[in-house]
Write a protein that binds this ligand. Structure first.
Ligand code: ZN
Length: 477
């Protein structure tokens, strides 16, 4: 009996032990299951975003990472972000975050919530001017386009001062309002002319009476002006009146008188022949001077440094009243036109030679081949364009010709041909090209007939000065 009881007791104890073990096991397993469940969930949802729609201010720098709340069991380097956000333009743009094959999408909404900056000032005008909001605005800026308007437009057509409210609205509807004043007055002041000073002009020259004239009005931004110069006779010395009549939009009118004095020019309408001889001096120079003396004519000699044994004649040219001017020292095209530098080196040499021989520092040039020569192109493209400009900037003048005796076309060109060609012009100022070299004997023979022809036509024979008609050719290089 006792044994039976004992056995029953021990079976009961065994049962209890088993239960405790079972409960303990269950209690241990549940958290592990929960934990692994959470882990499994988070591992498959590695990215948590703050917002699915991100409102973002226009032009502000955008960083997609700012929208990431947490990363689970992942590093920044595990996340691949693709963003199409354009912060410079209003709109909605996708941003995608990819991590371990899982995709998370958000939308960036670029918005403008900033109202324009608006600065205004009072505006004063007459009773005719159109009143627009722009007239009051010193500054109206925003990231988007700004529209200006009146907040409440009144009836502002009487004299007086009014409060005006200006609104600046951007393209997102953000609005800034500022208040200023409008003053309307009756305009009684006519526009003012500036630049209509009295002027003197040499006979035969003209003045553009609209050039340099400005008209301003206190109210009208675009006042009218009319010029009356009908009385002015540029050909006849005297003093004339030019009138400027100005008018503003309120009808205020004023007349300003400008005096124009046309001064007598001794050369006006005078006909002049400039006899020019290139390439001297030569064995013929004295003979040419003799003819010039006989006819009381002056000429210009563009000399070279190639025949210096005759240089003593240069002083006699000057003493006779004619002019020694600068042609070239070497007359070697390849050398003279090699470069700008080469040209000026040559010019300096011939200039020094002339100064030494005559005491005169000449500023008169004739380019070898004339300014229209094309031979310089093969040595230095564009050279003549530069030289013609530069020599004038340096205070020289270059002279071409408008009448060619054609004595350079060969040696001993018949006198008849030379006279015919040299007397073919009827221009007011004639610059005749001739040559003074040992080989041009017929040029000397033709000279008296050339002089006689033009003298019978009323021409004077003068040497060139820096102000003489330069007979410029068109530049071809
Ligand atoms: Zn020459």
């Amino acid at each position: 009996m006792i044994n039976k009881n004992k056995r029953r007791k021990s079976r009961k104890i065994k049962h209890r032990h088993a239960l405790i073990i079972k409960i303990t096991a269950v209690l241990l397993i549940i958290p592990v299951l929960i934990a692994s469940g959470i882990f499994a969930y988070l591992y498959t949802h590695p990215v948590s975003l703050k917002k699915s729609v991100i409102e973002h201010e226009l032009m502000e720098p955008f960083d997609p990472w700012d929208n990431v709340k947490h990363l689970f069991f992942a590093d920044k380097k595990d996340v691949d972000i693709s963003s199409e956000a354009n912060i410079e333009q209003l709109g909605e743009y996708p941003v995608t975050y990819t991590c371990r094959g899982h995709k998370y999408s958000a939308t960036v909404k670029v918005v403008d919530t900033t109202a324009p900056v608006l600065k205004v000032h009072p505006y004063k005008t007459d009773l005719t001017g159109e009143i627009t909001p722009e007239k009051f605005v010193k500054e109206a800026t925003d990231l988007t386009e700004v529209t200006l308007s009146f907040k409440d437009q009144g009836n502002w057509d009487q004299e007086g001062t009014y409060d005006v409210r200006i609104a600046a609205t951007d393209s997102s509807g953000n609005e800034t309002v500022e208040t200023t004043t409008l003053t309307r007055i009756k305009d009684t002041t006519p526009p003012v002319v500036q630049g209509a000073d009295n002027v003197e002009v040499l006979q035969g020259r003209t003045v553009d009476f609209e050039e340099g004239i400005t008209v301003t009005d206190d109210m009208d931004p675009d006042p009218q002006v009319s010029v009356n110069s009908d009385q002015v006779d540029f050909a006849t010395p005297g003093t004339y009146e030019v009138t400027y009549t100005t008018k503003d939009r309120s009808g205020n009118e004023e007349t300003t008188v400008r005096k124009v004095t046309v001064k007598k020019d001794r050369d006006y309408n005078r006909k002049v022949v400039y006899l020019t001889f290139d390439d001297g001096p030569s064995a013929h120079t004295d003979k040419i001077l003799e003819i010039l003396n006989k006819y009381n004519a002056k000429a210009t000699f563009f000399v070279t440094g190639n025949n210096q044994k005759h240089n003593d004649v240069l002083k006699r040219i000057v003493d006779q009243g004619s002019v020694v001017a600068l042609h070239t020292y070497t007359h070697n095209y390849a050398e003279v036109y090699a470069s700008e530098d080469a040209y000026f080196k040559d010019l300096k040499k011939i200039s020094d030679m002339v100064k030494e021989a005559t005491g005169v520092e000449s500023k008169l040039i004739r380019f070898p081949g004339g300014s229209s020569n094309t031979v310089s192109k093969q040595y230095s493209p564009g050279l003549m364009t530069k030289l013609t400009k530069k020599v004038q900037e340096m205070g020289y003048q270059y002279f071409d010709w408008n009448c060619d005796s054609t004595d350079a076309s060969g040696n001993n060109v018949p006198v008849k041909t030379l006279v015919e060609n040299a007397t073919s012009s009827t221009a007011q100022h004639i610059n005749i090209l001739m040559h003074d070299t040992d080989a041009k004997g017929t040029t000397v023979d033709a000279l008296p007939d050339i002089i006689k022809h033009y003298r019978s036509q009323g021409y004077a024979f003068e040497a060139l000065t820096i102000d003489s008609y330069p007979a410029h050719h068109s530049v071809n290089n």
